[in-house]
Design a protein around this ligand. Structure first.
Ligand code: SF4
Length: 400
């Protein structure tokens, strides 16, 4: 494809809750960079970013929300349901002045956010009837048959080789944080995670590219915070992360790790490097103190290793509030007691537990077990919503 006009679209989110945890459509931005390098004109409409209403800490934004009727599968759920980001009128207003695109690339993230995707495609068809619409992203890859009902002309299901591209963050105006990716995939294979299905081979990006990503995002002027999107940031850190941090050191940057870090990798040296380099928000992937759950989590961390890493991080000067620990809740087979014990374990060691609510992800081992409890999951991705699956639908995390 050459000399085409291409519009990338990040749809609004339909959900009970949504928080900007440094969330940007990185895959779409890599693809737009790839297409631009090949002589195409690229544009971006990010309905979530454009719906920002105010500044939060560390560059994040609060996102406008409008209550909408719950879809039928959620009719009995006693929670309010929202559209986060631009509403339809604002979306049309944002699109109208743009040159007519030849292609529109719509991205997707959580499988249970597909309503925002379908709604965007409908709007895009009205505004740009002549454009070819391609749907890609995580939902499209994990649920291609369901995505075929989206109204898109084509569903992108194969992984793209974009390793040597750079995310086109310059398409944003008014960005206050950036995103870095030093590697794709993860060497582990936890039974509830789709990382290996989406990125079968764990591979590092050249440090020179990651540094260039950082520098171009910082050069935009308003960016002081950078969030790492890696699933395995600390693996091979001597070859990737450490050289990067030492090259970026003279700048006043605050780093964040919204994806949990592999706890086993954090020794005293690592904790000191993170502290010295300006890491402000650290999330630790602990998941559970229960040996069986640890096994289902690739045995990536033991209770003793968690204890040691927490000590190392505190010894390096991190405060408790900057160190949150992910405790997984709601995986089929997990009990409420097991989650309570894990929370207590983390607290007793001076950690701050943060519950990671389980959401069934198609293609994983846990999805099969979840579908055995709730067969409707197979055809209706909405039922995988993390807010409802464990407490309301499967009742895995309900007492009594
Ligand atoms: S370690 Fe994290 S990213 Fe890797 S497979 Fe397990 S849950 Fe997924």
């Amino acid at each position: 494809m050459k000399n085409a006009v291409v519009l990338g679209v990040n749809p609004p989110v339909y959900d009970f809750t949504f928080y900007d945890l440094w969330a940007k459509p990185a895959g779409l931005l890599f693809l737009l960079d790839y297409l631009r390098r090949r002589g195409n004109t690229v544009m971006l409409t990010d309905c979530v970013f454009e719906g920002r209403t105010g500044a939060l800490s560390f560059g994040r934004d609060s996102i406008k929300r409008r209550e909408i009727p719950k879809p039928p599968p959620f009719s009995a759920i006693p929670r309010r349901y929202y559209r986060f980001g631009l509403d339809e009128e604002e979306f049309i207003k944002t699109l109208s002045p743009l040159p007519s695109p030849d292609y529109i690339l719509v991205t997707s993230m959580m499988t249970y956010w597909y309503e925002g995707v379908f709604s965007s495609i409908k709007t895009l068809r009205q505004v740009f009837p002549g454009a070819k619409i391609v749907l890609g992203g995580i939902y499209a890859r994990l649920c291609p048959e369901h995505a075929a009902m989206s109204g898109a002309d084509m569903i992108q299901t194969e992984p793209l080789d974009l390793d040597f591209c750079q995310p086109a963050f310059d398409l944003y105006r008014g960005l206050r944080y950036g995103v870095l990716i030093t590697s794709f995939g993860c060497p582990f294979s936890c039974e509830y995670c789709a990382s290996s299905a989406l990125e079968p081979v764990f591979r590092k990006r050249p440090t020179v590219l990651v540094r260039s990503d950082a520098e171009s995002q910082l050069a935009s002027g308003g960016v002081r915070d950078l969030a790492f999107y890696d699933d395995a940031l600390l693996i091979d850190r001597e070859k990737g992360l450490y050289p990067l941090l030492s090259q970026l050191k003279p700048q006043d940057i605050r780093f964040h790790t919204p994806n949990g870090l592999h706890v086993r990798e954090i020794d005293e040296e690592c904790a000191a490097v993170l502290k010295k380099s300006g890491f402000k928000t650290i999330r630790l992937s602990f998941e559970s103190s229960d040996a069986e759950m640890q096994h289902r989590s690739s045995d990536k961390v033991s209770a003793e290793e968690y204890r040691a890493s927490l000590e190392a991080l505190k010894g390096a000067g991190f405060t408790e509030s900057s160190l949150e620990t992910y405790v997984l809740a709601g995986v089929p087979g997990q009990t409420t007691e097991s989650v309570e014990l894990s929370i207590r374990f983390v607290k007793d060691l001076g950690g701050v537990p943060r519950i990671a609510e389980y959401s069934p992800v198609p293609g994983t081992i846990s999805f099969e077990a979840a579908a055995a409890l709730l067969p409707g999951l197979v055809d209706e991705p909405l039922l995988c919503n993390k807010t409802v699956f464990s407490p309301y639908l499967s009742r895995i995390m309900t007492h009594g």
